[in-house]
Structure formats: C-alpha cells, structure tokens
Write a protein that binds this ligand. Structure first.
Ligand SMILES: *[C@@H]1O[C@H](CO)[C@@H](O)[C@H](O)[C@H]1NC(C)=O
Ligand SMILES: *[C@@H]1O[C@H](CO)[C@@H](O)[C@H](O)[C@H]1NC(C)=O
Ligand SMILES: *[C@@H]1O[C@H](CO)[C@@H](O)[C@H](O)[C@H]1NC(C)=O
Ligand SMILES: *[C@@H]1O[C@H](CO)[C@@H](O)[C@H](O)[C@H]1NC(C)=O
Ligand SMILES: *[C@@H]1O[C@H](CO)[C@@H](O)[C@H](O)[C@H]1NC(C)=O
Ligand SMILES: *[C@@H]1O[C@H](CO)[C@@H](O)[C@H](O)[C@H]1NC(C)=O
Ligand SMILES: *[C@@H]1O[C@H](CO)[C@@H](O)[C@H](O)[C@H]1NC(C)=O
Ligand SMILES: *[C@@H]1O[C@H](CO)[C@@H](O)[C@H](O)[C@H]1NC(C)=O
Length: 462
C-alpha cells in the first residue's frame, strides 16, 4: 500500500478519535455560592437533564465528587487559591492534597482536569502570581508520583492577562507576566499536552463600551456585522471568536502557536441591577443557545485563526448564586433557578434547535436614566442586617445622621427602614469610587423612591 493510501485510510480514524475525546459539547460550571441550592446528588441529576457531559467545580468538594462517582460525567476540580503559595514550596503538601482530595475518588469519578487556582494572574499579590507555575509543576509531579495518568493540570485566566486584545492579531500578554509567568506556563502546558484555560465573557466586553460594540455582535446574532483584522485580513462575525483569537495571537507572540484553548467560563447574566445594561433573560437565552449551537456544530467551526478546531468549553453557570458578591449580574448567570427550574429553555447537546418558550422582550438594553436607591433585599438575615447597618453607618460623612434618635428619618424599632436608609446613603457617597449596592446580598437596587414623610433618602442619579 502506498504512503498516500495509508494516510487517506488513517486520517478519518484519527479525526474521529480526537473528535470523540474532545467533544465540542459544552460542560457546565457548578458554582456553590448560594444558601438555597439543591443537594449535590440532585444537582448531578439536573446537570444530566441539561445533557452536560462535563462539569467544572471551584474546589474538590468530597460530597460532589462522591455524587459523581460512576457517572459518565468528566470532572474538573480546583486547587483553592489560598493553598497555592504553600503548595509551590512543598512536595509533601502537594502530595498530601492530591492524596486526600483526588485519590479517594479517582478513577471511578472521572476526574480529568485539575485547575490550580482561579484567575490567579488577576491578583495584585506578586508572590501569589510568581508561585502559580511552580505550584502547577508540584501538582503535576504529585500526580505522576502517585500514578495518576489521566488528569491534566491547568489554571484559569481572565482576559485581563492581555494588555492588548484588539485587533486580535495584536493580542499580547501583560508585560508584568509575559516573560516571568506566561512563558514558563505555556511551556509547561505544551509539555504536558494540557490546555490554556480562559474565561471569555463577550457580555463584559460589550458592557464596557456599548456604543462602539454592537450588541448583536456580542450575541452571535449578526452575520452582517463584521470586524476585519487589518493585519491578518481575518473577518470576525462575533465577539466570542474575536476574544479567543486575541489569546491565540498572544501565545503565538511568545512562541506557542499550537497550544489548545479551553473556554473555562462563558455566559450571560439573566438579570442585574438598574445601573447595568443588557442583563436579561432574552439576551442570556440568545447568547447561551447560540454558544451551544456554535460549539456543537459538525464539523467543528473553530475561530477565524483556528478554523475547524473543536473548542472545549464550560458554560457559566449551573445556578443563580445568591451569595456571590459584587453587582447584581454576578448573582444571575445561572441556567437554573435555585429550585432547579430553568430560567429559560436550554440544553447543552445542541440537538434542540427550536425552543418553544416565549422569551420576555429585553427591557434594559439601553441604560436606565433616573434615580436609583439601594434598599434591603427580600429575605435578608436580621443578624447580618444589623452588622451591615453598623458597617454602612461607620463609613463616609454623616451617613446615618438622619436615622439617629431625633433625626428626620428615625423610626424606633424599624431596623429594616434604617438599614435601607444607611445602604442608600452609603451607596450615594461611594458608588463613584467603586462602592456597590450589595452588602453580601443583603441589599438590592430599586427605582421606587423609599422616602417617607419629610425623610428623603439619598439616591444615585444616572
Ligand atoms: C501556609 O504555610 C504557613 C507556614 O507553614 C502557615 O502558617 C499557613 O497557615 C499556611 N497557609 C495555608 C492557607 O494553609
Ligand atoms: C464508587 O462506586 C463504586 C461502585 O461503582 C464503589 O465500589 C466505590 O466504593 C465508590 N467510591 C466512592 C468514593 O464512593
Ligand atoms: C510543544 O510540544 C511539542 C511536543 O508535544 C513539541 O514538539 C514542541 O516543540 C513544543 N513547542 C514548544 C514551543 O516548546
Ligand atoms: C445580511 O445581508 C444579506 C445580504 O446583504 C441580506 O440578504 C440579509 O437579509 C442580511 N441579514 C440580516 C440579519 O440583516
Ligand atoms: C491583506 O489584504 C491586503 C489588501 O488586499 C493585502 O495587501 C495584504 O497583503 C493582506 N495581508 C495578509 C496578511 O494577507
Ligand atoms: C422556581 O423559582 C423561580 C424563581 O424564583 C420561580 O419563578 C418558579 O416559579 C419556581 N418554580 C417552581 C417549580 O417552584
Ligand atoms: C443569620 O446569620 C447568622 C450569622 O451569619 C447565622 O448564624 C444564622 O444562622 C442566620 N440565620 C438564618 C435564619 O439564616
Ligand atoms: C467626606 O468629606 C470630605 C471633606 O469634605 C471629603 O474630602 C470626602 O471625599 C467625603 N467623603 C465621601 C465618601 O464623600
């Protein structure tokens, strides 16, 4: 048989093998920052009902790893950020972590990826950043020593590791990490045949500049809006591809043009605050359905810089998580409500192409204009509320004067009202310097003026 025949015969085989190994069907991020979430075993059933075959955890929770035992779901677990510096310095500690967190469940729980820390390179802590690659090497060494063969080591990166990302061909890692961290990391990932795990959110890129970035370009809804990269002449039809290719070119710039990319997180919030735009069920459903369609397409689509390549991914996230801090969008990335019902129809196999639910029209694609107040959220815990109230009152200038005895807003025994006043007063002073209306989930924004009588609540005006 000629060489050409051999090639022709073996090629389709190779493709189908790698195709089944790295299916484009997205997995799901199972975050647990909620006090009202289903049990691990119920969560696994929900993950299966979404047709997900991969799950990513933010720790190595033994209850979840037990619930995943003997399922066909492949699992990505995480070494917590707090342990990275110590693990980077100690073979013993690294061995201990793998022995106690992984070995009890491996291989009957299909653990396949071990992510060392979450978005470590977005930290300000330079010791932590410089410990990252050494910690990855330690964990890799422990897996090898302990005879674990099927687990690859990686770490997740946010887009802020790039100092330039547009046009994609100009993609470049930040100078503080490029030579010192990224180069050795890419060498490690290449040597171990692992992936560059990146968190890619067109939502945040669009929100930062909605006048220049087309919403439909961010939502995969515009074949006709295209962005040309003048250096490569590659044409982009969506923001997701554009962001991923910035990583491709950043890697190429420092000598690693073939390293595979894994999208560790992508998603769109289904709700948020009045001072944010575009976070609604319509956009979230559109984005996530289109992502699934793109990623599961056969043959694979890839990106303009890497056409035809499977792009393994995890969607963020399984649940709306009520204890996440920061703006309201953070608590609304879920495909599911905490009671397990879907926020909108969705499944991850890509087999469903027609969805029957009628999505509510998007109401906040443009910025709300008017006053906003920050008040106590429904169901807030009283003990925590008292603490938050005294914290808010201890900040800023005369933040709580009107609710003191004799003040215009004082109402004896109405802690909730006082807390709402304190939150509004705090937020009105600190929003411009980055203060949020959150208080660990105890506060929420409202456009309904909570003022009463002669007591006027401070507000934020957009
Ligand atoms: C890291 O090691 C130091 C020194 O042994 C110890 O004091 C510290 O508690 C360790 N940190 C963690 C998160 O285990
Ligand atoms: C996982 O399931 C197998 C049976 O399929 C059982 O033998 C094993 O003890 C289980 N492991 C854990 C950690 O529960
Ligand atoms: C990446 O790994 C492959 C082997 O898997 C090797 O041939 C190649 O030289 C490596 N690339 C770099 C830039 O080190
Ligand atoms: C895109 O452009 C083509 C050709 O100009 C046109 O036929 C089509 O209707 C456009 N699609 C959308 C969604 O605007
Ligand atoms: C891009 O297109 C321009 C104009 O057609 C051409 O001059 C240039 O060589 C092209 N660049 C690449 C990298 O193909
Ligand atoms: C689940 O929670 C959502 C949001 O709170 C609610 O709209 C829905 O009716 C609930 N579903 C069930 C079955 O309780
Ligand atoms: C309220 O918060 C306190 C302090 O965090 C906690 O001890 C208590 O269990 C919470 N109460 C309820 C009803 O959740
Ligand atoms: C409090 O007042 C001082 C002096 O007027 C001012 O410099 C400072 O910015 C104020 N603080 C806030 C949070 O507005």
């Amino acid at each position: 048989m000629s060489l050409l025949h051999l090639l022709l015969l073996t090629l389709p085989l190779l493709i189908s093998v790698s195709g089944s190994k790295f299916s484009g069907r997205p997995g799901i991020n199972y975050g647990q920052l909620g006090n009202n979430l289903p049990t691990p075993s119920d969560s696994i059933k929900l993950i299966q009902s979404l047709n997900a075959k991969r799950v990513k955890l933010y720790d190595a929770n033994p209850k979840i790893l037990t619930a995943l035992n003997s399922t066909d779901i492949s699992v990505s677990v995480m070494v917590p950020n707090e342990l990275i510096i110590n693990i980077s310095k100690s073979n013993t500690l690294s061995d201990e972590w793998v022995k106690s967190k992984i070995l009890p469940f491996y291989p009957t729980t299909k653990i396949r990826y071990l992510l060392v820390g979450n978005e470590i390179l977005s930290s300000q802590n330079s010791q932590l950043k410089s410990s990252l690659v050494p910690a990855m090497r330690k964990i890799q060494r422990s897996l090898k020593t302990l005879g674990v063969k099927k687990i690859k080591v990686g770490t997740t990166l946010a887009v802020d590791v790039l100092q330039t990302s547009f046009p994609p061909s100009s993609g470049e890692f930040r100078s503080d990490i490029s030579g010192s961290v990224m180069k050795p990391m890419l060498q490690f990932l290449n040597r171990t045949k692992s992936f560059l795990f990146v968190d890619v959110y067109p939502y945040f890129a669009w929100v930062q500049d909605p006048t220049h970035v087309d919403l439909n370009y961010a939502l995969f809804e515009s074949e006709n809006v295209t962005v040309l990269d003048p250096v490569t002449n590659l044409t982009y039809h969506n923001l997701f591809d554009q962001m991923i290719d910035a990583f491709v070119f950043a890697m190429k710039r420092i000598g690693y043009s073939d390293l595979r990319i894994w999208v560790a997180e992508t998603g769109w919030p289904n709700n948020g605050d009045y001072d944010q735009i575009g976070a609604n069920i319509y956009n979230a459903a559109t984005y996530n359905r289109n992502v699934v369609k793109k990623l599961t397409a056969e043959p694979p689509i890839g990106t303009p810089a890497r056409p035809g390549l499977v792009l393994p991914s995890f969607i963020f996230a399984l649940y709306n998580e009520n204890q996440k801090t920061g703006p309201g969008t953070e608590r609304h990335f879920g495909l599911l409500h905490p009671n397990g019902s879907q926020v909108y129809e969705i499944e991850l196999s890509g087999k469903t192409t027609e969805f029957k639910d009628s999505l509510p029209a998007p109401e906040n694609n443009e910025l709300y204009k008017g006053k906003i107040w920050c008040v106590v959220a429904k169901g807030a815990n009283w003990t925590q509320l008292r603490d938050a109230l005294s914290y808010a009152c201890s900040q800023g200038n005369n933040t709580c004067e009107p609710i003191q005895t004799g003040g215009l807003c004082h109402k004896p025994d109405l802690t909730v009202l006082h807390a709402s006043y304190a939150f509004s007063s705090y937020w009105a002073q600190f929003r411009k310097t980055g203060g949020t209306c959150s208080f660990n989930g105890l506060a929420t924004q409202t456009i309904k003026d909570p003022s009463y009588g002669r007591c006027e609540f401070p507000s934020v005006t957009l």
